[in-house]
Design a binder for this molecule. Structure first.
Ligand code: ADP
Ligand code: F6P
Length: 323
């Protein structure tokens, strides 16, 4: 193998830059060239491809976002789009592609491998919703951003004796909401993996009030409903002085945490090794603190928000600790 390509795709995540850096540096260390593809699969179709050097990835390990830019690319979901991408791959003599992104990007990579180009996928999404890995790049940083917001909201919630509903991202997965709720001491956490029950939410609020608690934090994952929808229900069913806070895209930005930088460095380097070993379609991950490499097909063997991957014990603990 003489030349590989690297791209970032889908929703960006803090630590993507650290992963790009690791891919480039590891490949050059192994004596192979690396082409950077700009704007995800769209750039692959349009031929926005440039050779990267050691210096091209200098001073990016600490930066959020992605220097390669990212995109959602509907054209790549079509056969014609992918054939155009393959033409560029042949034109640039690319022999393998490292795809850094979420599960949609992984699906795209799987299609690419079926056209004969080896791929290695690095999980990067704040949603932490990829089967086969305990953690994705960006989750830890986003989690810390959410906790910082909860702590600040808690100050004003206490002063004004209010209930706050904080809406957290995660698409169809509840990991970000659950971890943030537990770490932020939320009274109630609503996640898509567990059915919510309005009377129970009200009962918990009432129990708090009875023992003198004047404020309350409710975390709702966007996959359940919007914070304003929940606020409306609360206000209709009981006159609770409620405020809403939707954290939105601040969860996707910021300098990556040390943990995300390390994970990204490990994943990126391992992806290059995977291609060099001759793997056709691999996913890289971290399972029980071990760096793992597994068939890309396995990622799609069950739904991304599969209940088996969901940490029910952690959910139960969050309930026990917030009585
Ligand atoms: P993420 O990778 O963060 O989950 P998306 O779901 O938007 O983000 O996927 C990123 C891109 O991957 C899409 O815009 C599309 O170009 C490509 N993609 C997603 N699903 C498929 C698919 N089934 N086949 C081919 N390409 C896909
Ligand atoms: O997948 C990452 C994510 O931030 C999800 O949590 C969220 O639902 C979605 O992307 C938002 O996408 P966009 O940036 O396209 O609005």
């Amino acid at each position: 193998m003489k030349k590989i390509a690297v791209l970032t795709s889908g929703g960006d995540a803090p630590g993507m830059n650290a992963a790009v850096r690791a891919v480039v540096r590891k490949a050059i260390f192994e004596g192979i060239e690396v082409a950077g593809v700009f704007n995800g699969y769209q750039g692959l179709i349009d031929g926005k491809i440039e050779l990267l050097q050691l210096g091209s990835v200098g001073d990016i390990i600490q930066r959020g976002g992605t220097m390669l830019r990212s995109a959602r690319c509907p054209e790549f979901t079509t056969e014609e789009g992918r054939e155009r991408a393959m033409e560029q791959i042949r034109r640039h003599a690319i022999e393998g592609v490292v795809v850094i992104g979420g599960d949609g990007s992984f699906r795209g990579a799987l299609e690419l491998s079926r056209l004969g180009i080896p791929v290695a996928c690095v999980p990067a999404t704040i949603d932490n919703d990829i089967n086969g890995t305990d953690f994705t790049i960006g989750f830890d940083t986003a989690l810390n951003t959410v906790i910082d917001a909860i702590d600040k909201i808690r100050d004003t919630a206490t002063s004004h004796e209010r209930t706050f509903i904080i809406e957290v991202m995660g698409r169809n997965a509840g990991d970000l909401a659950l971890w943030a709720g537990l770490a932020g001491g939320a009274e109630t956490i609503l996640i898509p993996e567990e059915r919510y029950d309005m009377p129970n939410i009200l009962e918990r609020l009432q129990r708090g009030t009875e023992r003198g608690k004047k404020h309350s934090i409710i975390i709702v994952a966007e996959g359940v409903m919007s914070a304003s929808e929940l606020a409306e229900k609360l206000i209709t069913e009981e006159e609770v002085d409620t405020r809403v806070s939707v954290l939105g895209h601040i969860q996707r930005g910021g300098s990556p945490s040390a943990r995300d930088r390390v994970l990204a460095s490990q994943f990126g380097a391992r992806a290059v090794e995977s291609l060099l070993k001759g793997n056709i379609a691999a996913a890289i991950g971290m399972k029980s603190h071990q760096l793992v490499e597994y068939p890309l097909d396995d990622v799609f063997a069950k739904p991304a928000d599969d209940a088996n991957e969901f940490d029910k014990d952690m959910y139960n603990l969050s309930k026990e600790l917030s009585i």
